[in-house]
Design a protein around this ligand. Structure first.
Ligand code: SF4
Ligand code: SF4
Length: 265
């Protein structure tokens, strides 16, 4: 995202809107400016603010005169008065920022809006996670902190050594150079995004080692990491993961149960 310096009147409204704190008012130029390295192309500023098309010269003059009389001309807080916030054409590799940060853009690899897949919500039909298997989601980043792909790669390469199987339809998997090693394409490693989800599955016996590895690597990353584990319940609705996790010293909370009502006749 860029801000047109010819239009910006430095009202400051967009500064608070940006979830990454990437917009600031440059005191030298007295214009808003976007830190391109921190901007994740989420489009919150562009789409989330209303715009007026006031003449920038007129607004600056009114604001200057107002200062002499100690009154201020301020637009409504959710308005860019001069429509100065401007989208730029995104090319590779920067375009991956938007794919992972703007929720209204469907990801090319999955056709799904957002960062992951349906996970195990449709497992009764897809059978992605079979008996004696555990499905994992490892989520990285949040508004205000985000995540870079090299940080995600630290986790994926560490997990790949444990013999896990990355979900093929997941957007991060689609950007891997090698799914056997968990390495991500080198040209996107420094791209920053709002958040991403890595999905994979493994055998039950491997679950404690995987959780331990996630915990170890997460401590070294300067971002938020959240992990979820899923499994198939048996005919009585019981899962066999709970006992395993508790015996290994992890806490267990059943977050969600999918009933399989979409099962094919
Ligand atoms: S809201 Fe518009 S005019 Fe105000 S600082 Fe931001 S870009 Fe400039
Ligand atoms: S696109 Fe998102 S991250 Fe970039 S400046 Fe706008 S609100 Fe901030």
């Amino acid at each position: 995202m860029i801000i047109d310096p010819k239009k910006c009147v430095a009202c400051g409204n967009c500064v608070a809107i940006c979830p990454m704190g990437a917009i600031h008012i440059d005191p030298k130029t007295n214009r808003a400016s976007v830190n391109q390295d921190e901007c994740v192309e989420c489009y919150t500023c562009f789409r989330g603010m209303s715009t007026e098309h006031l003449n920038p010269t007129m607004v600056r003059t009114v604001r200057k005169i107002g200062k002499w009389f100690r009154w201020r001309f301020e637009p409504e807080p959710d308005v860019c008065p001069t429509a100065a916030i401007t989208e730029q054409e995104l090319s590779w590799p920067r375009i991956v920022r938007r794919a992972f940060s703007d929720p209204v853009v469907p990801h090319e690899s999955t056709g799904v809006h957002g960062r992951g897949t349906e996970e195990v919500k449709t497992n009764d039909i897809t059978n992605r996670v079979g008996p004696e298997e555990a499905g994992f989601t490892v989520e990285f980043g949040r508004p205000t902190i985000g995540v870079r792909f090299w940080q995600i790669q630290e986790m994926t390469t560490a997990l790949a050594q444990l013999g896990i199987e990355f979900e093929k339809r997941n957007p991060v998997t689609s950007l891997m150079a090698d799914t056997a090693t968990g390495e991500i394409q080198t040209d996107i490693l420094n791209e920053k995004i709002l958040s991403a989800i890595v999905e994979f599955k493994t055998k039950f016996g491997n679950v404690p080692a995987v959780l331990q590895r996630v915990r170890e690597v997460a401590k070294t990353l300067n971002t938020v990491v959240a992990v979820g584990v899923s499994t198939r319940c048996d005919e009585q609705g019981e899962n066999h993961l709970e006992e395993l996790l508790i015996s290994e010293g992890f806490t267990f909370n059943r977050g969600k149960t999918n009933l399989g009502l979409g099962r094919k006749g």
